[in-house]
Ligand binder design. Sequence first.
Ligand code: NAP
Ligand code: GCO
Length: 266
Amino acid sequence: MNMKDFSLEGKIALVTGASSGIGLAIATGLGNAGATIVFNDIKQEFVDRGLKAYEELGLKAFGYVCDVTDEAGIQAMVKQIETEVGPIDILVNNAGIIKRVPMHEMAAEDFRRVIDIDLNAPFIVSKAVLPTMIERRCGKIINICSMMSEFGRETVSAYAAAKGGLKMLTRNIASEYGQYNIQCNGIGPGYIETPMTAPLRERQPDGSRHPFDQFIMSKTPAERWGKPEDLQGPAVFLASEASNFVNGQVLYVDGGIAAYFGKQPQ
Ligand code: NAP
Ligand code: GCO
């Protein structure tokens, strides 16, 4: 093996929803490995925020305003990228939302919205990039799954259903398109410090840690929340030639949560 296999020089990477959080970190990691970064977000102000962030990091990036659930918009955006930047080598389906509501109280429209963004959109965006990947006989698709691809918990029924489905969509894309030298894998982050999990880490009025924060500490061997940067190395690996025989897998980057029974209460 040659360490150049980990290089992304000359590659074009589309990371959805990459103006903040995990997407921004993953795109930065891919950029530092040599890829040209392309990303989208739902508002120009968020795209501008992302472009500023990449510029400050000295990284070349292209940003587009597009809602990942809008198939016509995604198809047009991918064609625009292919014209303005070049063919997409790497797709990271990162954009996602969560709504934490007890299932028996959740509005069906809210359940559908989570499924639409977290599961239907990875289908829509993958469908848009696959024809060129098939034609070029190469491509990498990385789906950002979750601990909820494996576990349930109270109030996240829609999110768990979506992320469980996303794990199987990952396996099916791998199965259907491996013959074209296209690899599709997932990254399953553990609990990561981003805006999505900020409510779970808020300090209590007495200054103590949020009960859920304490719970995660007891369930994580690493005894810390993950940082978005913890996902950069795994993403570069799955986006690179070094993982050409890895297909249909979900790589959990969770500090050991999925392997751990949990700390015995003191
Ligand atoms: P985040 O900071 O909220 O990032 C989500 C990104 O997706 C935002 O940039 C958001 O844009 C964008 N987005 C949302 N809906 C969109 C749409 N319809 N079209 C285009 N972009 C859209 O949260 P995060 O924690 O980085 O989450 C990123 C991914 O990691 C998600 O798929 C999430 O499920 C997954 N994940 C997170 C954790 C964690 O602990 N944080 C763990 C496992 C998996 P706006 O800001 O404009 O809404
Ligand atoms: C929650 C959290 C989790 C994380 C992540 C874990 O409410 O339990 O938001 O779902 O975001 O998905 O991997």
